[in-house]
Design a protein around this ligand. Structure first.
Ligand code: KG4
Ligand code: ZN
Length: 338
């Protein structure tokens, strides 16, 4: 089945054509326009600018995605689109465009949850990945440990109680003078620093599988302010490395607790923060020590992209999740988290 998939929930417009079946998971094309350089000027995503940039990019990207895949709209079997969660104005651009295509070409319209889409990014390079599996989803807006019972039934068993982990990376990055979003640069800085230079309290909440990254972020900010007030120079690399060590060990602690309880044998790790080299290394060591298979997407598929929406869209389609043309976008996924 050929799916044209559209992602526009935040600051990347992305359109992809994927080929999916019981035994095929293939990206035929993936065209993405990033707005990061524009938003970096403001230190974060400006929703109004994001909506306008999506509006400008979506049509040419769709033409490019179809032509790179060598298919026409007639050959497309369904249109999948991120319908929640995200910036409402940004989501509406993708949803309305997808509705127009579905109506004009008489194709089924498949609404996709962005966070489920992140986990689905792992399907492409890991044919062994089949539900049920366990997922660590870590992005700029979401952090959870989740049981994926069926390809469409996600049950979170641990989550952040405040900031998402990517948000914490970005906020600490800002304090260290990095431009938005600081996550990838924090990764590089951390590689040059001493992870044992500063001890921060863990972000894993004991007795639960939840996290609090806001407390850790505040601890880093307090450390920097206190050192500045005392006139003691700080070493950015050491702060990045110590913060990253704390984040990574907190995640691994909760993965260990989750594995003790649920004994999963395959773990999918996804979302923008899954690109973090330190997290990838430690989660991979954890998986090796427990005999768990790790399914993590290549770097290009960790961040927001249309292909992941196409992969999840396929399973939503099989589950009968077809939307009417009255489909609306929603900024949150509601109480259910997914
Ligand atoms: O999944 P994503 O592209 O968008 C959301 O759905 O939020 O994730 C973006 C987040 C940002 O916070 C960004 O700083 C972070 O992922 N990120 C990283 C790395 N690359 C991207 N965080 C830590 N290390 C990285 N290498
Ligand atoms: Zn995302």
């Amino acid at each position: 089945m050929l799916i044209l998939a559209i992602e526009s929930s935040c600051d990347e417009t992305s359109v992809s054509v994927v080929s999916m079946s019981d035994d095929t998971r293939k990206i035929l094309s993936l065209e993405t326009a990033s707005q990061i350089a524009t938003h970096a000027l403001y230190g974060g995503v400006v929703p109004e600018i994001a909506s306008r940039a999506h509006t400008e990019a979506i049509s040419p990207l769709t033409y490019r995605a179809l032509s790179a895949a060598g298919v026409s709209m007639k050959e497309i079997d369904a249109v999948a689109v991120t319908a929640n969660p995200g910036l409402i104005g940004a989501l509406l651009v993708g949803v309305n465009f997808a509705k127009g295509l579905a109506y004009a070409y008489g194709k089924p319209l498949i609404p996709v949850n962005h966070v489920k889409g992140h986990a689905a990014a792992a399907y492409f390079e890991h044919p062994e990945l089949k539900a049920p599996f366990f997922a660590l989803i870590a992005s700029g807006g979401h952090t959870s440990l989740t049981l994926v019972r069926t390809p469409t039934e996600f049950v979170p068993i641990g989550r952040t109680r405040d900031d998402a982990v990517g948000e914490a990376f970005d906020k600490v990055g800002r304090v260290l003078g990095l431009s938005y979003p600081g996550g990838a640069e924090m990764d590089r800085l951390a590689s040059k620093g001493d992870p044992n230079a500063i001890k921060f309290a863990p972000a894993a909440i004991s007795g639960t599988l939840d996290f609090s990254f806001s407390g850790l972020k505040s601890a880093v900010i307090n450390y920097v302010n206190t050192q500045n007030m005392k006139g003691i120079p700080t070493v950015r690399e050491d702060i990045a490395a110590s913060f990253t060590k704390c984040v990574v060990s907190s995640i691994v602690t909760n993965l260990e607790k989750a594995h003790d309880r649920y004994r999963f044998d395959i773990l999918a790790m996804a979302g923008g923060v899954a690109a973090n080299s330190h997290l990838r290394r430690k989660v991979s060591e954890f998986c090796e020590s427990r005999g768990v298979k790790l399914a993590v997407p290549s770097l290009a598929l960790c961040g927001d992209n249309g292909a992941m929406i196409g992969a999840q869209g396929y399973f939503e389609y099989l589950a009968g999740n077809i939307a009417p043309l009255s489909l609306n976008a929603h900024a949150t996924a509601g109480k259910a988290a997914f």
